[in-house]
Design a protein around this ligand. Structure first.
Ligand code: PEP
Ligand code: CO
Length: 458
């Protein structure tokens, strides 16, 4: 693509999932304000993540990305944020111990407010209204007023993202995430009898080993304690709402190019990744590392064209491909993509999102996902990569630190269809609850360990 890029050049392109605001002038005024507000993240942080993704591409790190399907302004609350961080930390600890590699922790948070939808409208009892497109666009309640796209919500999204990030940064800096004390990270559920023995002992074994390793390293005196124990979080979201993203995108002093300073790691969704579309046009011009979701409709040619458009110089750390094929299709769909990327020599990090290809509707109309299918897509993705001499460099989950009943199964929870209404709290897709998340991490850890042993075998 040789035509000039600007923060607005995407406007001339066809744009999937665009929001039709009734009053564009109101939106323009909110965006003008947004463009004047301070950035939410810095280019130093973004470049640091980019270097870490480059290392993950070389197999030196593993990436864990997780959080809500749709963050809501109402859930911008301390306990919910803390629990989300705790479960992400716990999962990452399990993965560190299993992979023997540092884990990059990326939250679907501080901006995960825009939702692409398969259906533009929703009908209930003969009434048809716009679907819910995330708190940055409209509201969950099924009323005409709540579902009308509201331009002022872009500022609400910025403010809630800022509040969330501020709290997360303070918690991280304040020792909450001190790896010397993983017991601080425990969620209250560990004290509850309901936690099955295998989960508790699996996790306790991990924390004991990590604590021992840290004491050993400090005793050697080789590394500073601050370096050893610093626990970082990066923020990510589906960069669907291009007006929001472009208002926060700017050049940075003493650096070349533009940075999207609304988040560290924006990703392009499966419904918005058209090579000649607005989202790809916008992201070809920003320096952030970016994710691209690839569902079962992605063809090898499309993926190669996306890499060419978004990373023409084949720079390390730039592209993460997040595959979400579905347990029933991954074996057939993934291999051609991996082969095509290998053939062109494209530098990418392969991450599996085992959530979005495995959504079902129950007879009562609730969206759900089966733990066994989620795990199966992860396992099969590992198998496909192994068979092609490639590597899975990370995992991506919709999950929460709350005791929700949205996904079915898992040994620790054994949630059945009858349990779903008990605490079905998601604003969009079903999330793994804390037990299901930890159990998933332990099972992935088992696989990572087995693979490590196999690699080490003569
Ligand atoms: C998401 O991650 O919330 C999402 C909508 O994913 P996808 O674009 O893969 O459907
Ligand atoms: Co989702």
């Amino acid at each position: 693509m040789s035509h000039p890029w600007s923060t607005d050049s995407w406007r001339a392109r066809k744009r999937a999932q665009a929001t039709a605001y009734e009053d564009p002038k109101q939106l323009e005024s909110a965006l003008r304000k947004l463009a004047q507000l301070p950035p939410l993240v810095t280019s130093w942080e973004i470049e640091r993540l980019r270097r870490q993704v480059a290392e993950a591409q070389e197999g030196k790190r593993f990436l864990l990305q997780g959080g809500d399907c749709a963050e809501t302004f109402a859930d911008c609350r301390p306990s919910i944020i803390v629990n989300k961080l705790k479960i992400l930390l716990q999962m990452s600890l399990v993965l560190v111990e299993a992979a023997l590699k540092p884990v990059i922790r990326v939250g679907r948070f501080a901006g995960q407010y825009a939702k692409p939808r398969s259906h533009l409208t929703e009908a209930v009892g003969g009434v048809e209204l716009p679907s819910y497109f995330g708190d940055i666009v409209n509201r969950v309640p099924f009323t005409a007023d709540a579902r009308r796209p509201d331009p002022g919500l872009v500022l609400g999204a910025y403010h809630h993202a800022a509040l969330t990030l501020n709290f997360i940064r303070s918690l991280s800096a304040g020792g909450f995430a001190d790896a010397h004390h993983p017991e601080y990270w425990d969620l209250s559920f560990f004290q509850r009898a309901a936690v099955p023995e295998n989960l508790r002992t699996g996790y306790e074994h991990t924390t004991a080993k990590v604590g021992e390793a840290l004491r050993f390293m400090s005793a050697l005196g080789e590394c500073s304690i601050a370096d050893l124990t610093r626990v970082e979080f990066f923020a990510s979201h589906d960069a669907l709402h291009l007006e929001y993203e472009s208002a926060q995108t700017q050049p940075v002093p003493r650096r070349t190019g533009y940075y999207d300073l609304s988040t560290h790691f924006p990703w392009i969704g499966d419904r918005t990744r058209q090579v000649d579309g607005a989202h790809v046009e916008f992201f070809r011009g920003v320096r952030n590392p970016i994710g691209i979701k690839l569902g079962p409709s992605a063809s090898p040619d499309e993926v190669v064209a996306l890499l060419k458009a978004l990373n023409p110089e084949n720079e390390p750390g730039r592209i993460t491909l997040i595959t979400r094929m579905g347990a029933d299709r991954v074996a057939e769909r993934l291999a051609p993509l991996v082969e095509a990327v290998k053939f062109t020599g494209g530098r990418v990090l392969w991450v599996v999102d085992p959530m979005h290809g495995n959504t079902h509707e129950t007879p009562s109309g609730k969206k759900t996902r089966y733990f066994a299918e989620i795990l199966s897509e992860v396992e099969q993705t590992f198998d496909v990569h192994a068979s092609l001499g490639s590597r899975v460099g990370g995992v991506h989950f919709e999950m929460t630190g709350e005791d929700v009943t949205e996904c079915l199964g898992g040994d620790g929870s054994a949630i059945t269809e009858a349990d779903l209404p008990r605490n079905y709290a998601t604003a969009c897709d079903p999330r793994l609850n804390y037990r299901q998340s930890l159990e998933m991490a332990l099972l992935i850890g088992r696989r990572l360990k087995a693979d490590r042993r196999q690699e080490a075998a003569p």
